[in-house]
Design a protein around this ligand. Sequence first.
Ligand SMILES: Nc1ncnc2c1ncn2[C@@H]1O[C@H](COP(=O)(O)OP(=O)(O)OP(=O)(O)O)[C@@H](O)[C@H]1O
Ligand SMILES: [Mg+2]
Length: 331
Amino acid sequence: MACNRFHPFVIPKTILLYESLLMILCVTLNPVVDTTLFVEKIQPVYRTNAQRVTHVAGGKGNNVARASRALGQSARVMLPLGGITGYHVAELLGGEGIETTVVRISSDTRVAVTVVDKHYEQRAFFAPNSAFTPDDVEEVRLRYTEALEGVDAVCVCGSSPGPSADVLFYDLLHDASERGLPNLLDTYGEALRLGLAAPPTIVKANLIEASGVLGYSPNTLDAQLVAVDELRQGGAQMAVLTLGADGAVFAAGERAWLARPPQVAVVNPIGSGDAMTAGLMTGLLRRDPPETCFRLGMASAVANSLTWEACRLNPTDVESLLDRVEITLLR
Ligand SMILES: Nc1ncnc2c1ncn2[C@@H]1O[C@H](COP(=O)(O)OP(=O)(O)OP(=O)(O)O)[C@@H](O)[C@H]1O
Ligand SMILES: [Mg+2]
């Protein structure tokens, strides 16, 4: 099995200029063993030999934990795992030194295989989700109480494994809010619709995810301003609508901002939304004003796009991108 190297970045003092490490609990309800085969060329033939293979504990919450650690926070992950593939994910997380609360579930953790060529052109194949039984849902609720011990913020990220788990997106965030813990929701479909009513402190969605719950695609800036307000109708304090290479629109209270990323040499933008989550949460925990949280979120998101591996942020990149993100106050 290929090893899963984690580069020990040097964290610049400016990012670490706060008293002590604060702990973010990052929940992923639909994790995956992410196997990547690196090939010379992707071809429509029966067999292609790969030069290299990597296995990563995949899932949006795991990505947020990686990025949060790079930004100087402490992070714990919580995730349901089952079968041999579940053990594999737990091993991989342990290898990275990520504190993990495992919820044992009845079905095998899913796998995904990505094939990537030397130009970073990629094709991904996903196994079906590991749907939850009613017992699995109860087990998540039980272990969540334990996982919350000592945490300062919570994010619930990624897809739902199936309809039986959708309600958890509401329950986990509602519980966090009741305990006074700042929290963030990043999902789509029915899980997003339910989770919005928790309500989360911050909701983050890309254009496709937002369209799914809003019933229209907010393609103009005017529509995007309406969208960030509509996403907050359930009571969320802040909303971020991400626009890929076009940046993001962010609303907090009556205010709203548009951010554009600087021109950069993009290697792989996958996971940029998760890096944005880590930046926003870090800002929130530092009690930064909303615009500063947004700037750190953007700089982290753009920094993610500079490297192949999702959310292995280089803090020096984040630091140097902070001033290069262009932010405009819209209202
Ligand atoms: N090609 C790019 N160039 C520069 N910045 C990018 C690019 N793609 C994404 N970003 C940055 O990352 C942020 C989030 O991107 P995006 O809208 O793709 O999120 P996402 O779909 O949630 O991503 P993921 O789910 O893979 O983490 C954007 O707001 C932008 O700041
Ligand atoms: Mg995303």
